[in-house]
Design a protein around this ligand. Structure first.
Ligand SMILES: [Zn+2]
Length: 134
């Protein structure tokens, strides 16, 4: 005696008839449980950070300001260095080392780099901010 025909559902992918509760669609092989179990990630806004230069009279440094839900805040800063001339040259070792330290601190804190800013040192980063309360 054949098993009684169970309730039939429709495949999300191919619209074929699938026995209720089946893990796979017999027509296209789509994994059905997976489709239903996908959980929406908690909503969040991206925090963004951009490296900028603080130019002092004698000493300067790089810093990164993060902007997200709250007030902008400095999330990384380099040691001081002397800028010779108006230009910020990446071929000056002290400048390069200070800049690399800020990039490293950001990456270590979970920031990922996105498109660069208008100057070579104005690199931009982002990371998921705090989940937005529902
Ligand atoms: Zn299917």
């Amino acid at each position: 005696m054949p098993a009684p025909v169970e309730a039939v559902e429709e495949c999300d992918r191919c619209s074929g008839a699938v026995p209720a509760g089946a893990g796979f669609c017999p027509w296209c092989g789509a994994h059905r449980a997976e489709v239903e179990e996908v959980e929406a990630p908690a909503p969040h806004v991206w925090e963004t950070a951009e490296i900028d230069l603080w130019r002092g009279y004698v000493k300067s440094h790089f810093y990164a300001v993060a902007r997200g839900n709250g007030k902008p805040k400095v999330v990384a800063a380099s040691g001081d260095f002397r800028l010779l001339g108006r230009e910020v040259r990446p071929d000056a070792q002290a400048v390069r080392v200070a800049h690399a330290a800020v990039v490293e601190a950001l990456v270590a804190a979970g920031w990922e780099e996105v498109e660069p800013g208008e100057a070579w040192y104005k690199r931009r980063f982002r990371r998921p901010g705090d989940p937005v309360p529902v």
